[in-house]
Ligand binder design. Structure first.
Ligand SMILES: *Cc1c(COP(=O)(O)O)cnc(C)c1O
Length: 362
């Protein structure tokens, strides 16, 4: 087998090695089926079993209550920026948005095409280096829903609490931290996530929606944009991304075998602590972008004393098999994405590299 590097890419991102091996092993013919997962009908009992097992394993993993539907949709998390307001905003046609980064801003842009958007809080004038506190949220008790982004992939900040929003349904873009810690699904009306960061390959978006909210989807909506129709058809109204769903199923099994969300959150805490400690103990050579109480455990963003050194860092790290560390162009600097599948050995290797680099360049 060819050597795998430590993959710090922000998304699409690293997948668990046992999952990739199983995909490889069964790619020519699924056991007992004689055809590849890439070749079977989405209406076959084989695929229907895979789909339903995936749904059940996700429900088990996150204790998702019975009154929630799990959907697998196309169009990326970005299509949800439109589908959420199209389905959930009427008839009030107003919603609250909490703006904590570029993805939240994109969600606002689409929501404004549907109705009135109240920005309940924004940390943009602080370059999104922190998450707003509960007492800063200016919520409208009559809003159709409240939307927020649990982890800001680009800025490296993450909510360490679920906002209290009363009886208004809470909608969350969890694309970059879904299933990286245990959380109470019953606090949410709708959760969505492009799976290519923490849960699978590019090509499918997971939507978890409370059943009563399906009644908001109006018949006048385009069929493919209608949550209710996707729910009634168990995500099989049209051909779903079969291969991507299959891999999400394998990742869910991998997480369950590991001990579920309690087990993965411990590993994630450990990995993040190693790297943040290296930043904090560098006498200011490395500077974190996020304020301490808003730090993401998935995307760790930091800067070096100069852009020249940042370029050099990326180049030399890549040569040593630490790949994907360049920060997003809107923040600059470095970003280490350490999603569920990222191994602790990779975090240790990065810390060693950081110390070594500092010694040679300060
Ligand atoms: C990556 C990302 C998106 C966009 O996902 P696509 O599937 O590319 O549309 C949206 N929100 C967050 C938080 C992300 O990290």
């Amino acid at each position: 087998m060819t050597n795998r590097v430590y993959n710090f890419n922000p998304g699409p991102a690293i997948l668990p090695e046992p999952v990739l091996k199983e995909v490889q092993e069964n790619l020519l013919a699924l056991p007992g089926v004689g055809m590849s997962i890439l070749e079977i009908s989405h209406r076959s009992s084989t695929f229907e079993n895979i789909l339903n097992e995936t749904i059940n394993n996700l429900k088990k993993l996150a204790n998702i209550p019975e009154n929630y539907k799990i959907l697998f949709l196309g169009g990326g998390a970005s299509l949800q920026f439109s589908m959420v307001p199209l389905n959930l905003m009427p008839p009030k046609n107003k919603a609250d948005y909490i703006v904590t980064g570029s993805w939240s801003k994109k969600a606002v842009k689409e929501a404004k095409r549907v109705g009135a958007v109240n920005i309940a809080a924004s940390t943009e004038d602080e370059n999104f280096k922190r998450i707003p506190r509960q007492d800063e949220l200016k919520l409208d008790p009559d809003a159709a829903y409240v939307h927020y982004t649990s982890n800001n992939t680009i800025y490296g900040t993450e909510w360490n609490y679920i906002p209290e929003v009363g009886n208004v349904p809470l909608v969350c873009d969890m694309s970059s931290d879904i299933f990286s810690y245990p959380f109470d699904v019953s606090k949410f009306g709708l959760i969505y996530a492009g799976v290519q960061k923490n849960l699978g390959p590019a090509g499918v978006t997971l939507v978890i929606i409370r059943e009563d909210l399906l009644e908001r989807s109006q018949d006048t909506l385009h069929t493919m944009l209608n949550y209710k129709i996707h729910a009634e058809n168990n995500s099989l109204y049209n051909t779903p991304p079969v291969f991507a769903i299959y891999i999400v199923g394998l990742v869910a099994k991998w997480l369950l075998n590991l001990g579920g969300l309690e087990a993965i959150t411990k590993l994630n805490d450990e990995k993040a602590k190693l790297i943040y400690d290296a930043i904090d103990n560098s006498n200011g050579f490395y500077k974190g972008h996020a304020e301490k109480d808003s730090r993401s455990k998935m995307n760790i963003t930091f800067r070096l004393p100069s852009e020249e050194l940042e370029k050099k860092f990326v180049k030399e790290a890549t040569e040593q098999g630490l790949v994907g560390l360049k920060g997003h162009r809107s923040v600059g600097g470095l970003r280490a994405s350490v999603y569920n599948a990222f191994p602790i050995e990779g975090a240790k290797a990065l810390v060693e590299f950081m110390k070594d680099f500092q010694n040679k360049n300060s």
